[in-house]
Design a protein around this ligand. Sequence first.
Ligand code: AMP
Length: 424
Amino acid sequence: MRRRVFPFQSPKGMHDILPADFLYIERVERALAKVAHFYGFERIETPVLEDVRLFERGTGPTSEIVTKQMYVVKGKRDTGILALRPEMTPGVFRAYIQHGLSRLMMPGKLYYNGPAFRHERPQAGRFRQFQQVGFEVLGTGDPAYDAQVIMASWRLLSELKLKNVTVRVNSIGCGLCRPVYVRRLKEYYKKKISGACRTCQKRFKENPLRLLDCKEPKCQPLKEEAPVSLDSLCSTCKNHFTAVLELLEGTGAPYLVDQFLVRGLDYYSRTVFELFAEGIDAALGGGGRYDYLSEALSGPRMGAVGVALGVERIVEAQKTQSTVVPARSTPDVFVIYMGDEAKKKSFALIEEFYKEGLVARESFSRESLKSQLRAADKEKTRLALILGQREVFEEVIIVRDMRTGNQETVSLKKVVETVKKRLH
Ligand code: AMP
């Protein structure tokens, strides 16, 4: 008989996170909580769906993630058009203003952890649903926070023992000096653009800064000769960038000024940066200052700086480098039963262990002693407790050391106490 093929698969570009991957993800989440706590970032979670205009105006009308990659959801009459968030920053910003957090937290230091959605062409390290973690400092233009956000990101990756974590950093100027630079850039590209790739030709018209993002081999010589933003910075931006670099200098975090680094999103100003680790080409995270986001959302004038890191890529880097292979935590005891009476007693005993703060496992769907012992072995438990019909009758239980195979029979009443003693 032919077996029927199960007809469902996860949507293209979206993946299930299976238990084995959670071992890696939970490591990231523990490191995130530790670093956030150290620097005083508090957790925020915003809805997965937001008013589409938040991203159109916040993330920017020319950015690819808005023009091409956003999942737009037609809401009912009372919600208008919504979008699955392609990134977190605009939502976090909205929440900060909406709830008047600026009165309580100045600056607002927030961190997040959740899914984001972009309709990209799926490929290695690029998914349509992915998990982002990140830090935001809202309400200040102080360069110390640019440096602190960079340090927090660097610490997060270093906490995971990732090798050769490096930060690439640049400044793309402010509303005064950036237009001057963009004019110079356009001037430079004007005569040469016909020889560039199609994406560059489009960027020349729509978002010239991103010409520097091009990875196309034939555009590289053109790019290398192009004017760089650092040469066009106004004195305030220059001082701001110097201050960021000086602060980083004293920390031991390896950073590199990359004059070609620009970021895909429209709202960045001044500092932009990306983080990399050995063995993985794509950036693990990126961020920068976004002093104009608030105004773009019709909010008050306020400086802000933040970073977003992709959890899938961090997990990939952990796997590629295999510096640490996270292990499942092992239970304290494994309870084995034989016969219906013993099964009932085991069930109750397991609940007893919960109350005592010990972790007890079982294999209720297996019957034989041999297969239950095998299951105990697989769980790598130190002690197995064996309860047969005779033991139930005599109100005792066998305590077996799984490493040595030594067994001892103890009173059922004293088993928790015995286990506690043995484990210490
Ligand atoms: P971005 O908001 O584009 O700067 O992205 C910040 C980080 O999120 C990147 O460095 C990646 O680690 C991660 N990321 C962005 N887009 C994707 C995607 N489509 N799939 C997986 N990770 C992503």
